[in-house]
Ligand binder design. Structure first.
Ligand code: R5P
Length: 300
């Protein structure tokens, strides 16, 4: 630069204006319980998974193939996901399906299943961590999910894998979702679900996925992080909507639902109805109309 020549950026430069003492910048409390002391990246990813405008989420679980192989409704993943992905607040799936069957242009955030190592053919539930956090970063996921088997023969092994994942998640700024109460012969009552959910949160889970039960508020209120309700086996649509309604009324931030959406005879109608229940607490008798109206369009 020659002497006397002005830097381009200085042309038309304006000094900063006056500021008032006490002006704050985004110092508000975060809207999700248990998250206030997380770092920015963790909070930002949590806000992708659980929507800031309602504090709720409808996650679409389509990870069943990781231990079940082809599952009814998930035979060809692109066909299942194409109409649904745009409606889901979040997709929960495996990296194999993400890389092969989901467009990188997808808008829904991803919660990646990072546990596995067993199939539906074996007797005992026995999983471990099977994805490196570096691959989760590479895939730009918003969360990582692992199943813990509290009270099952491989409890210790799954909890140790979970602890490793928590450390990895914190180092990368990626929230961890604990999938609890899976496995055969687990009593799914409030006592057991509260126990397993609380253990997950004490170990560092940022979100807990668990089943609906009587006295569900005992589960949600004794867990210091957000809970999403697992869907479970396919029910008549009205019953699945009632379950989702009761879950959010009793403290869940939403659902992580699979079969009750993709095995419905109108999956798009069902996810829209579930969203109205979860985000707006629409009563199930009204929400079912959303599903029925969408179903009528299929017949036209
Ligand atoms: C649970 O362990 C897995 O994540 C399942 O594959 C999935 O979440 C089940 O979803 P749903 O019970 O709603 O079909």
């Amino acid at each position: 630069m020659f002497r006397g020549e002005k830097m381009a950026d200085l042309e038309g430069f304006r000094e900063a204006g006056e500021v008032k003492v006490g002006s704050s910048c985004c110092a508000d409390n975060f809207y999700l319980k248990g998250c206030n002391h997380l770092d920015w990246g963790m909070k930002n990813r949590m806000a992708r998974i659980i929507k800031p405008d309602t504090g709720r989420t409808v996650m679409l679980a389509v990870d069943h193939g990781y231990f079940q192989g082809p599952t009814s409704g998930l035979e060809v993943m692109e066909e299942t996901l194409a109409p649904l992905a745009g409606h889901a607040d979040c997709l929960m799936l495996t990296r194999g399906i993400l890389r092969t069957s989901v467009s990188p242009g997808v808008q829904a955030p991803i919660v990646l299943r990072v546990s596995g190592g067993q199939s539906v053919l074996t007797e005992l539930s026995n999983e471990t961590l099977n994805v490196a956090v570096e691959d989760c970063v590479r895939l730009n996921v918003s969360g990582m999910a692992l199943s813990i088997y509290v009270g099952a023969p491989y409890e210790h092994q799954t909890l140790l894998a979970f602890a490793k994942l928590i450390d990895a998640g914190h180092s990368a700024g990626i929230p961890i979702l604990a999938v609890t109460a899976v496995g055969r012969d687990m009593a799914r009552d409030a006592r057991y679900l509260a126990l397993s959910s609380r253990i997950a949160a004490e170990m560092g889970a940022n979100i807990v996925k668990t089943y609906y039960c009587e006295n569900f508020e005992r589960v949600t209120q004794t867990c210091p992080v957000p809970i999403v309700m697992a869907g479970g086996k396919k029910l008549p649509e009205i019953e699945a909507l009632e379950m989702a309604y009761n879950a959010v009324k009793r403290g869940a931030v939403g659902v992580d639902m699979g079969r009750n959406i993709f095995q419905s005879d109108c999956p798009v109608g069902m996810i829209k109805a579930v969203k109205s229940v979860v985000h707006h607490e629409e009563e199930p008798q009204k929400a079912i109309k959303i599903y029925e109206d969408e179903k009528k369009t299929l017949k036209l």
